[in-house]
Structure formats: structure tokens, C-alpha cells
Design a protein around this ligand. Structure first.
Ligand SMILES: Cc1cc2nc3c(=O)[nH]c(=O)nc-3n(C[C@H](O)[C@H](O)[C@H](O)COP(=O)(O)O)c2cc1C
Length: 190
């Protein structure tokens, strides 16, 4: 029996190693929420795979080529993904296209059903237009509003946007709009 188990293990382990995918998750995050979504993805993808998370500010080309699958997640501030995300994609588009890849955006308009999918989310559409990149997988997740974290101007601006879009306006509140099940489902598709 023991011998049989040993033989089985010997044969199974190399197969497991062979199918292991090396994922690199790159984030662009100001208040940490996109990073948190990336951490959740890491937990999902970790099973049997090698997953590394890194900020878009710290990634270099030499690092990128070591991976089979690159996921880029970026948040929206005042209608835009940050310029370092665009710069990174422009500089590495050819390389990214050679491996599996995914892009997702984090913003609060995605909390509304009519803006919650890549097809109807305005920031994803704008991103595709600007970059002219066609990621193999696209995602969009609703973000978080944590009024107390922001400076006075940002707090008032966000409060105004929330008021206009019928969202929460309590300046002491923190509101996590992320549907974590959707994050998990996104990982299952990758
Ligand atoms: C100053 C500021 C501006 C924002 N502007 C927008 C916006 O224009 N559209 C939007 O949908 N969400 C906007 N958001 C919401 C963010 O996208 C959301 O808070 C997200 O979770 C931030 O992710 P991060 O912590 O990874 O940066 C804004 C948030 C802040 C604090």
C-alpha cells in the first residue's frame, strides 16, 4: 500500500509542477483598495500557482518577461486611470500581447448595474480607446469610498459626486461597494 502511494505521488508531483502558472499582478492604487482587490486575487490564484503582486511604480521589463500571465488593475481618480498605467502599457504592449493578460478597472460608478460591466463602464471604454490595447480578459469592479481618508477638497468633491449620483454622503462613513464574489468569479475565468 505504502509503495503504491509513493509511486502515485512520484507521478503526480511532476504533473502538478508542469501546469503551474506564474501570475504577476500589477496594481495602480492611491488609497489601497485596488491593491486589496489584487490581494484577494492572489488568494484565489495561489492554489497551485506562483503569484506575485507589485506596484506599477516598481515593475521593470526584466521582471515582466519571467511571467506567463500578467494582470493589471488600476483605479480611477477624477475620471482617469493614472498616467503611469498608460506609460507602462505603451512601453510593454508588444510583450504583454505575447503572454496571457488581463486588465481591470476600479471605480465607483461601477456600483451601478448599467455601468458595471466592461462593455458599459465608461472608464474601461475610454481606456481601450486611449491604449488601443486589447487585453485578453477585462474586468471592472466597484471601489470604496472612505471619506475620512481624504483631504478636505477630495472629501467635498467626492461627496458632491455621490450626492449627484444618489450615493452615500455621510462624511464620517466608509463604503465598500466591491462585490467580492465577482472578484472571485473573475479569477475563476482566468
Ligand atoms: C479623489 C477621488 C476621485 C475619484 N474620482 C472618481 C471618478 O471620477 N469616478 C469614479 O467612478 N470613481 C472615482 N473615485 C473612486 C475611486 O475610484 C475608488 O475610491 C477606488 O476604490 C479607489 O481605489 P484605490 O484606493 O486603489 O485608489 C474617486 C476617489 C477619490 C478619492
Amino acid at each position: 500500500m505504502l509503495l503504491l502511494l509513493k509511486t502515485l505521488l512520484k507521478n503526480i508531483v511532476p504533473i502538478g509542477e508542469y501546469v503551474m502558472t506564474k501570475f504577476l499582478i500589477i496594481y495602480s492604487s492611491v488609497d489601497g483598495h485596488t491593491q486589496k482587490i489584487c490581494e484577494r486575487m492572489r488568494l484565489n490564484l495561489n492554489k497551485g500557482n506562483n503569484v506575485k503582486i507589485i506596484s506599477v511604480e516598481d515593475i521593470c521589463r526584466e521582471e515582466l518577461i519571467k511571467y506567463d500571465f500578467v494582470i493589471i488593475g488600476a483605479s480611477i481618480r477624477y475620471g482617469k486611470h493614472r498616467s503611469n498605467v498608460y506609460k507602462f502599457i505603451k512601453e510593454n504592449k508588444t510583450l504583454l500581447d505575447k503572454i496571457d493578460n488581463a486588465f481591470f478597472s476600479v471605480n465607483v460608478v461601477a456600483r451601478k448595474t448599467n455601468k458595471s460591466s466592461p462593455k458599459n463602464n465608461p472608464y474601461i471604454q475610454k481606456f481601450l480607446k486611449i491604449t488601443k490595447w486589447e487585453p485578453k480578459h477585462l474586468g471592472v469592479f466597484a471601489g470604496k469610498i472612505d471619506y475620512k481618508k481624504y483631504n478636505l477638497i477630495d472629501r467635498l468633491m467626492i461627496c458632491f459626486i455621490m450626492w449627484v449620483t444618489k450615493g452615500p454622503t455621510n462624511l464620517n462613513g466608509a463604503y465598500d461597494f466591491t462585490d467580492w464574489q465577482r472578484v472571485d468569479d473573475f479569477c475563476k475565468k482566468l
